[in-house]
Design a protein around this ligand. Structure first.
Ligand code: MN
Length: 406
């Protein structure tokens, strides 16, 4: 199948621009071997390349390009399929944008077209090309330093009070929790702690709960929170914000659910204003009016609302209208390798923009790589959760690895 990949990258600082011609000649020989054709643009700093050819061949060439040390901050802009090549001439045509004006480059690119029909800029791939030539997206190019620019230094000051005693005491409890912080790495501040239900064995908390009969799931989900509040209290979280996940239907199906939560919060010396209830998109969509009524009750009691795994489910942006959450936690699938994916970047930027207008705090979850964090920080996110900084700790508060310039 004929496939197209488009990426943008930044010429490495230690590579002289003069070396470019030689690079192109070598690349051309390689492309010819693999039957890959396309267009390469260079503007003095950035490359823009469109690769076309049989899928495996394009992927093989692209893999080599991704590993090339002579450029960095490579962002994949498009990966698509087409009935025929746009640029079928041998190898790769290079256009140095510094040598021509924009109009003539755009026309010259069309003239290189070998497709059956005259190429036009109606095509998505060529729209990306035009945007690059016209330098219209430049404010979205975040040049992030390499991963080794940062050291992550553990504070281990948090190695908490009587963790062992708590672990022993918790051993017999039906529900155990692990704590994972949400934090602002630049100001070295912990925003909140999330109490994550720890399931025995390898299954996820939800799988564990789903082994129960239908009416017991909600009962168990709600009652487990009692142990989360108790753990938070034993760990001495004081005024710290505490996040818990709740199936929205637990609030509907269990009688007096909100009162149960409120009395457990009080019994453990906590206040509703420090509690954040996280609900997941896909759970919300059934019986939406009932869920809405329960959420009103939570808010009326002072509890904040977060939408968890945002961007992973089906309900989408309409939820922001319906539930007016205080916080949105972007799903880890959108965060993974966001620094390398133009599509993820576009979606995350739209979420940031939308939440900013709605005064909703955005949290990036599942952050594992320094580059993910740096890209997100550059895009305007300040709150992060993920193993890069602190993995969940059973019965305790984990130490945080704060970034420091190496
Ligand atoms: Mn959560």
């Amino acid at each position: 199948m004929l496939s197209t990949i488009i990426y943008r990258s930044h010429l490495a600082d230690d590579v002289p621009v003069k070396a470019l011609e030689h690079m192109v000649v070598k690349a051309n020989n390689n492309n010819e071997l693999y039957d890959v054709t396309g267009i390469l643009l260079f503007n003095g700093t950035h490359f823009f390349q469109l690769l076309e050819g049989p899928e495996e061949a394009v992927l093989a060439i692209y893999e080599g390009i991704c590993g090339d040390q002579r450029h960095h901050n490579l962002v994949e802009l498009l990966r698509d399929y087409a009935p025929a090549r746009r640029f079928g001439n041998t190898g790769m045509e290079l256009f140095d944008l510094r040598e021509y004006d924009k109009e003539s480059v755009l026309q010259a690119v069309l003239d290189k077209g070998t497709s059956k029909y005259q190429l036009t800029y109606n095509d998505r791939a060529l729209q990306f090309l035009r945007t690059f030539v016209e330098a219209r997206e430049k404010e979205n190019y975040f040049e992030i330093p390499p991963a080794n620019y940062w050291d992550f230094v553990s504070d281990d000051a948090a190695d908490n009070v009587c963790a062992e005693e708590i672990a022993i005491a918790a051993a017999d409890e039906p529900y155990r929790f692990a704590m994972q912080p949400i934090l602002d790495p630049f100001s070295c501040q912990t925003d909140s702690l999330e109490a994550i239900l720890h399931s025995p064995g390898d299954d996820s908390p939800l799988e564990h709960l789903s082994q129960l009969s239908r009416d017991k799931i909600y009962q168990a989900d709600l009652h487990s929170k009692k142990f989360a509040f108790a753990l938070a209290s034993k760990l001495g979280i004081q005024g710290q914000r505490l996040s818990i996940n709740l199936l929205p239907m637990s609030l509907v199906m269990v009688p007096n659910a909100v009162n149960f939560l409120l009395s457990e919060i009080e019994a453990n010396g906590l206040v509703p204003e420090q509690i954040v209830v996280e609900v997941t998109e896909h759970e919300v969509i059934s019986r939406i009016e009932d869920v809405e009524a329960a959420i009103k009750q939570l808010k009326a009691a002072g509890i904040s609302l977060a939408i968890d795994n945002f961007g992973a489910g089906y309900a989408g942006l309409a939820l922001l209208v319906q539930f007016q959450p205080d916080r949105v936690k972007i799903d880890h699938k959108l965060i993974r390798d966001v620094h390398k994916s133009g599509s993820k970047q576009a979606i995350v930027q739209a979420i940031i923009k939308c939440c900013s207008s709605l005064e909703i705090t955005v949290i990036a979850t599942g952050v594992e790589k320094a580059q993910e964090w740096m890209w997100l920080e550059a895009a305007g996110i300040y709150n992060f959760q993920g193993d890069l900084f602190a993995a969940p700790k059973l019965n305790g508060i984990p130490a945080v690895a704060w970034p420091e310039k190496s």
